[in-house]
Design a binder for this molecule. Sequence first.
Ligand code: NAD
Length: 481
Amino acid sequence: MTHGIRPYWQNFIGGEWVDGGDGGRITVTDPATGQPIAEVARGTPADIDRAVASARACFNSRLLRDMRPHRRGDLMLAVARELDACVEEIALLECHDNGKTLAAGRAEVALTQRYLTYYAGLADKLEGRQIPLGDGYIDYTLHEPYGVSAQIVPWNGPLPVGARSIACAIITGNTVVLKSPEDSPLSLFVLAEACQRAGLPAGAVNIVCGYGHDAGAALAAHRDIDQIVFTGSVATGQSVLRAAVDRVVPCVMELGGKSGAIVYADADLDRTAASAVRGIFNHAGQICSAGSRLIVHRSIHDDLMAKVHKLAAQRSVGPGIEACDMGPLINARQLDRVEALCRVGVDEGATLLMGGARVPGMPGHFMAPTIFTNVRPDMRIAQEEFFGPVLVVLPFDTPEEAIAIANGTDYGLAAGVYTRDLKLAHWTADRLVAGQIYVNEWWAGGIETPFGGMKRSGYGREKGQEALLGYVQTKNVAIRL
Ligand code: NAD
């Protein structure tokens, strides 16, 4: 349609490119303009059936399982290499279907390649145990793949989120059916092409785009899947879990967050302000682990907020293709939702320091960077996930109060602490209920560090070596000699 983007993309099932079963298509639009940029085949429940059957046939063939593990790693290395030639194409796609800048799109490819190579290197390092049972016995454990891994991916970072789950599944000998997000499906099709060129067996990886309530629900409820990896909102995660419960299918659940950072009085305020602003305004706050609550000691509150306000006000808002600092929200529905929750914040009596509404006069779904101060923990804006560029700031007087505020939501994905006092940092990290704690830098960590939630933010871990344990089940073999 425009921008040098291929106008039509098919689904990848059983090693072949296919139209939607009933010929339907989904129009993908650019969130920065609201204009259509491409169409994709609309996967239906019948397409999900075909994809699961292909993944099952590939799994049952034992092609992947019987390979030397390092050969499965080689396959992932080959996919990573194939992506070298796709960096600019993917950057452009991420720019136009997801609202990222070209630089951010290129960074997503580099991150994806890191996931692929990291897990490739782990393919031959997942070892079992030998358990002593005394004379006359030998006992050992095996890590067995589950079988068909059903993966459902959100729109905000589909390529790295999809690639890390695919890599973990393949190197442990599973096969994959991945339901890509209907709002931003394009980069995952390029990954499917890379898998095909890299020589993955037909059916090892199947990528189907479709609507959540249709193809997504059909995949979660499918009778022939063996494991689910879901990344998305709590409400959708709950419906996926309800579908899984019937057949007792194990799930990895990566859900939402309302992550808070505590800023103690001795923190380096310049660095804290820069870190906090990045933590909430990167990708317009559409990151599950965004630092969306700042919990600030009253004695430094005004100084810190002056710095945060200044940095936030310097952020340019506009299309990623123009290298603006902050792009659009993904769609009109999400912009309406974020704006409406901001109105709730004003009604609840919080102080609107900046923003609070869409950017007027722009065709896309642009929300102004928004900061609320004087927020109380019981306010809706302190409890609900915006998934947008909205920071809520809550003051505190004692460390105990700060911990209570930080832990006082249904979520537990990430939390942070800013202080020069290492003892206080440890004390705080110990008491925060969240899957990852960032000390003095939001998003400190990497692909090597386990990532996942506590409480309603989910369970199971992606990233790091620990992620592999979500893709295997232990079999014990006890031998009477
Ligand atoms: P979403 O839950 O609406 O959609 C996620 C995926 O689920 C999409 O592919 C969608 O098509 C599919 N889906 C929708 N309804 C379904 C159904 N009934 N059955 C099966 N699948 C269905 O979430 P979103 O708006 O795409 O993403 C935003 C949410 O995801 C936020 O809450 C964010 O915090 C969370 N998220 C979490 C992580 C993490 O790692 N913890 C990462 C990214 C996003």
